[in-house]
Design a protein around this ligand. Structure first.
Ligand code: PLP
Length: 386
């Protein structure tokens, strides 16, 4: 059976070049970079090369602004705790209602601990108004943490404007750029971003590696306190094969970022147009323009997202749904709820996320089978009157 993987915002295939690059570090180059002997001594230069590649991908001024972490979640946590710990007299955080759990769950945890958390709304297109950020700032604000691109809808956030606002008020700004990096040109030098999180497994590196950009001059406290690794900013023996992999994936991402904007975007648009034309009562969630080039989130009215996914999976197709089955009840995602998507649509939302490995044939296959899947599910839906 044909396999069509359109769930790249969840995770990506590891690029073959990345596998090749990391193999020597799983075999002969196994030294600990902190060791004094030659086994360890050989490793440091590779770590630094990877740091340079990641710095180049995000447009950092210096490689030393990059700290390797175990994942995007750790990078987000590190950023938020660092901002709070460097300003202990401040107790207010500004974030949005549509953050990934990597930020949202921590923000809720902090709220329970007594911090004041402002969760800014988005409009029906998923867009955030930067003026709301400015209005929310108080003397107690330690951090603004707002994502660069939403993982479910692909909607882009105005990080340049938020950065300007944050800087003019002297407030630190962290952005979760896990979904943006590699899909859109990024130049942190031109943004007033203090901290930026990214994750390897979203850009064709393996799982278990991420990075945090910390702008030079930003006061910082480590999250993992331990050895002197990462210049004392993150304890723990470096995950050398994964770091090398992230470096290679960053190089490749930079080479392919124009393709994301052209070929991948054109494929996504063809998929979206084709589905909307062939299937009645279907609509896109998220602003059509301010969006990642690889993502489309489409709601099919009066069908359950999980049922769609299962039928897609039977035909070899992978995507994901905006509703999650928790304790037997199907709850639409917090993102679609924040956008005010009506329940009849929110339940039947599917996220298709493409990558540079997605082909024309993949899109043809989805367009061939989706109309029948939705029609079949609507036949058995008690609500569909089409
Ligand atoms: N932030 C966003 C926007 C994400 O989409 C994800 C992963 O889905 C994360 C953070 C977490 O990254 P990781 O899986 O590397 O911890």
């Amino acid at each position: 059976m044909r396999e069509v993987y359109l769930d790249n915002n969840a995770t990506t295939q590891v690029a073959p070049e990345v596998v090749e690059a990391m193999l020597p570090f799983l075999k002969e180059l196994y030294g600990n970079p902190s060791s004094m002997h030659a086994f360890g001594g050989k490793i440091g230069a590779h770590l630094e090369r990877a740091r340079e590649s990641v710095a180049r991908l995000v447009g950092a001024e210096r490689p030393s602004e990059i700290i390797f972490t175990s994942c995007g979640t750790e990078a987000d946590s590190t950023a938020i705790w660092s901002a709070l710990n460097t300003e202990p007299d401040k107790s207010h955080i500004i974030t949005s209602r549509v953050e990934h759990p990597a930020v949202r769950s921590l923000a809720l945890h902090l709220k329970r601990k007594g911090y004041h958390v402002t969760e800014l709304p988005v409009d029906s297109a998923g867009l955030l108004d930067p003026r709301d950020v400015e209005r929310a700032i108080t003397k107690k604000t330690a951090l603004i943490s707002i994502m660069a691109a939403n993982n479910e809808t692909g909607v882009l956030f105005p990080i340049e404007e938020i950065g300007r606002i944050a800087a003019s008020h002297g407030v630190k700004f962290h952005t979760d750029a896990v979904q943006l990096v590699g899909k859109v040109h990024l130049d942190v030098r031109s943004l007033n971003v203090n901290l930026l999180a990214l994750s390897g497994h979203k850009i064709h590196a393996p799982k278990g590696i991420g990075a945090l950009y910390v702008r030079r001059g930003t006061r910082f406290r480590p999250f993992l306190i331990g050895g002197h690794q990462e210049r004392g900013r993150r304890g723990g023996t470096e995950a050398v094969p994964n770091i090398v992999a992230l470096g290679k994936a960053a190089e490749l991402a930079l080479e392919h970022v124009d393709e994301e904007q052209s070929r991948v975007r054109a494929l996504r648009d063809r998929l979206e147009r084709g589905l909307l034309e062939a299937i009645p009562s279907a609509k896109v969630n998220g602003d059509p323009q301010q969006r990642l080039p690889n993502t489309t989130n489409i709601s099919f009215e009066h069908v359950e997202g999980e049922a769609i996914l299962l039928m897609m999976s039977d035909l070899g197709m992978a995507a994901s749904s905006g509703s999650a089955c928790t304790s037997g009840s199907l709850e639409p995602s917090h993102v679609l709820r924040a956008m005010g998507v009506p329940y009849t649509f929110a339940h039947g939302s599917i996220r298709f996320s493409l990558s540079r490995y997605t082909t024309d044939d993949d899109v043809d296959y989805v367009l061939e089978h989706m109309p029948a899947i939705i029609a079949r599910l609507r036949e058995i839906s008690p609500f569909w009157k089409g």
